[in-house]
Design a protein around this ligand. Structure first.
Ligand code: GSH
Length: 219
């Protein structure tokens, strides 16, 4: 399997964690090395990640993760109980649709380049959506039927692999004060010490340049 990604991309990191939790290997192709224009010929959506299986390309982290789950069911990324499983999916969907989609690089670029939003405006935009999203996440974790160590179980899975990259991005690149969200922060701190999450972290990737030069405007 050829996996196209970028060390800093939180959507790519979700899938890297999925690979690591399932102990799967893959050939990693970085868009930093291939170049975005060349990558666009492979994936016309020009977004990372994408997975190539034979001649077929699977874009979208969610579709890739579902493919991995179906092809390599053990260990499962999902809780057994159907309601808890649905809640784990909802938690992840909240991050993907209500948080990441409104704050990803291409959105900030349109705000800056087409709508002339300045640095302060861009920062206000990001901080607004982080605060909105994380406070709802915190409430969701507080309302769980059981105080699991991870989002929805005794082991990390679907919800956690979505949480960690987004929270990492918020802390390291947007200086979000995550102490305000103690339950969410607790899960994050537990996850990042685990080998699968360490293996998937931006700094552990072959395309990590040694430091993040322009944290606000990279992916
Ligand atoms: N919904 C997509 C989002 C993919 C996405 O936005 N990827 C970002 C990196 S995290 C990207 O390629 N950004 C390039 C851009 O915004 O132009 C997924 O989950 O795969």
């Amino acid at each position: 399997m050829k996996f196209f990604g970028h060390y800093l991309s939180s959507a790519t990191e979700r899938v890297r964690i999925g690979f690591a939790l399932k102990n799967l290997s893959y050939d990693y192709l970085s868009v930093r090395e291939i170049g975005w224009d060349a990558y666009e010929k492979i994936n016309p959506h020009r977004l990372v990640p994408a997975l190539q299986v034979g001649d077929a390309l699977i874009p979208q982290s969610n579709a890739i993760l579902h493919y991995l789950e179906e092809q390599f069911p053990e260990p499962s990324l999902f809780p057994e109980d159907p309601v808890t499983r649905a809640q784990a999916r909802a938690f992840a969907q909240h991050i993907v649709c209500e948080m990441h989609a409104v704050d990803v690089l291409r959105i900030r670029k349109v705000l800056a380049d087409k709508l002339n939003v300045d640095e302060t405006g861009l920062s206000d935009w990001s901080q607004h959506w982080f605060a909105d999203g994380f406070s709802k996440m915190e409430q969701t974790l507080a309302n769980r039927s059981q105080p699991y160590p991870f989002c929805y179980g005794e082991q990390p899975g679907w919800a956690d692999l979505h949480l960690v990259p987004h929270m990492r991005k918020a802390i390291t690149r947007f200086d979000v004060d995550v102490q305000k969200y103690p339950l969410t922060n607790e899960v994050f701190n537990l996850c990042v010490e685990l080998p699968a999450f360490k293996k998937a972290a931006p700094v552990a990737q072959s395309d990590y340049p040694g430091s993040i030069e322009n944290p606000g405007m990279e992916n």
